[in-house]
Design a protein around this ligand. Structure first.
Ligand SMILES: [Zn+2]
Length: 237
């Protein structure tokens, strides 16, 4: 059941690791399959980390963390931070997929007090628009292991697709698994570039307002397929 979706979520975990959005075993991606069930990256005793996620690591569970079908949690553990996924999914019916990741560059930029701003344009148009709309920060560095904290995080998200969790990581939500990871890649690139400009002694400033007219937001449908093909090709699997 859900073989294709499990393979996609596993692939998304591997892409996230390949793009330095996680380092090691922490982080997870989920996909809502109906009103009561989601597929999510779980852990087992043979787990080798996000970079080596197998389709079998993606398990079907209910929104309250129980197994979604007999045997789904045999030998697997649901992430402690499951409430990040369930509360983000429940907050907006348009959210079908969630990625919770610990990207070092994004965490470093937030610890350095750098706001994510549209500092470039055509270099990465989806990233520029993501920054222009605002990237909020959830100020607490806690492990988000209950729905009270997860609701706080969702409130801090203010309806935006991504939120930075200061001293922790990010949460990215979208209508597709691919988009959650692609926008996390864009966010991390904004952070990485901001850190580089800072380190070079440069000044971070927003691009000119007049430039936005010629930075067409072609919509996720245009960009996502090609960008995802590239990410999968980079994996070499
Ligand atoms: Zn976390």
């Amino acid at each position: 059941m859900f073989d294709q979706q499990r393979a996609l979520v596993a692939q998304a975990c591997r892409v996230a690791a390949a793009r330095a959005l996680v380092d090691g075993i922490l982080g997870h991606v989920s996909l809502r399959v109906d009103d009561e069930h989601l597929l999510i990256r779980c852990r087992s005793d043979s787990d080798n980390g996000l970079a080596f996620t197998r389709p079998s690591d993606i398990r079907l569970i209910t929104f309250d963390g129980n197994e979604g079908a007999p045997g789904e949690l045999d030998g697997y553990r649901v992430p402690n931070e499951l409430p990040i996924h369930t509360e983000t999914l429940l907050a907006d019916p348009g959210h079908r997929a969630v990625a919770h990741l610990h990207p070092p560059a994004t965490v470093a930029a937030s610890l350095a007090g750098i706001d994510i701003r549209p500092i470039y344009g055509a270099y990465d148009i989806p990233g520029a628009w993501l920054a222009r709309g605002g990237v909020p920060v959830y100020e607490r560095a806690v492990l988000i292991r209950n729905s009270r904290l997860a609701k706080d995080m969702v409130a801090a998200m203010r309806g935006r697709p991504v939120v930075i969790l200061r001293g922790h990581g990010i949460t990215s939500a979208a209508s597709t698994v691919e988009q959650t990871v692609l926008q996390a890649i864009s966010l991390n690139e904004l952070a990485r570039m901001s850190l580089r400009v800072n380190a070079a002694g440069g000044v971070l400033r927003d691009i000119d307002e007049a430039d936005w007219d010629d930075l067409p937001d072609l919509g996720s449908g245009f960009n996502v397929d090609a960008a995802w093909r590239h990410e999968v090709a980079r994996l070499g699997d």
